[in-house]
Design a protein around this ligand. Structure first.
Ligand SMILES: [Zn+2]
Length: 160
């Protein structure tokens, strides 16, 4: 459970710190870099989201908060609580799922883009596949609300 300790200026979930930051401040890092380096920033953000959320999910697993069967569903609930948009999960086959995300803060914070930008969600979905189900997975954002004419971000998860 997320706690707000106003006296200490700390938001935390057990020992895991959180911070509220405007999404345009976070995603605006890409706009501060030379154009050809924005994708390097997004790839690094994906890897950081994967590595750090993997540790969070391992903690949730050890504490018994997340079971196996409902791991992705429980994560979707937590994502909404943390302001990461509204996630809907569709199982396509035993080895593939599609996740739709309405109101991604990362797309909103980035603004218009030709390519998908929700790198943190990609990283978290990859961590979910690994910790929740023991699988290494490839995650692609097939379309993004940052793109012209798209309202909802779509992610395709393919387990190896
Ligand atoms: Zn997106």
């Amino acid at each position: 459970m997320i706690t707000h300790n106003k006296e200490e200026g700390v938001i935390a979930d057990d020992a895991i710190r959180y911070v509220l930051i405007r999404p345009d401040v976070l995603m605006g890092v890409a706009h501060q870099l030379p154009v050809d380096q924005a994708s390097i920033f997004l790839d690094a953000l994906e890897k950081s989201a994967f590595e750090n959320s993997r540790d969070s999910f391992a903690h949730y697993r050890r504490s018994g908060r997340f079971g196996y069967a409902d791991f992705l569903l429980r994560t979707a609930e937590v994502a909404a609580t943390l302001g990461w948009g509204a996630w809907t999960i569709h199982k396509i086959s035993p080895s593939a799922s599609r996740v739709e995300v309405r109101n991604s803060p990362f797309a909103a914070g980035f603004g218009r883009s030709e390519a998908p930008v929700c790198a943190p969600i990609r990283g978290v979905l990859r961590a979910i596949a690994l910790i929740g189900y023991g699988d290494s997975a490839a995650v692609r954002e097939t379309c993004c609300a940052s793109q012209e004419g798209v309202n909802v971000c779509h992610f395709h998860i393919q387990v190896d």
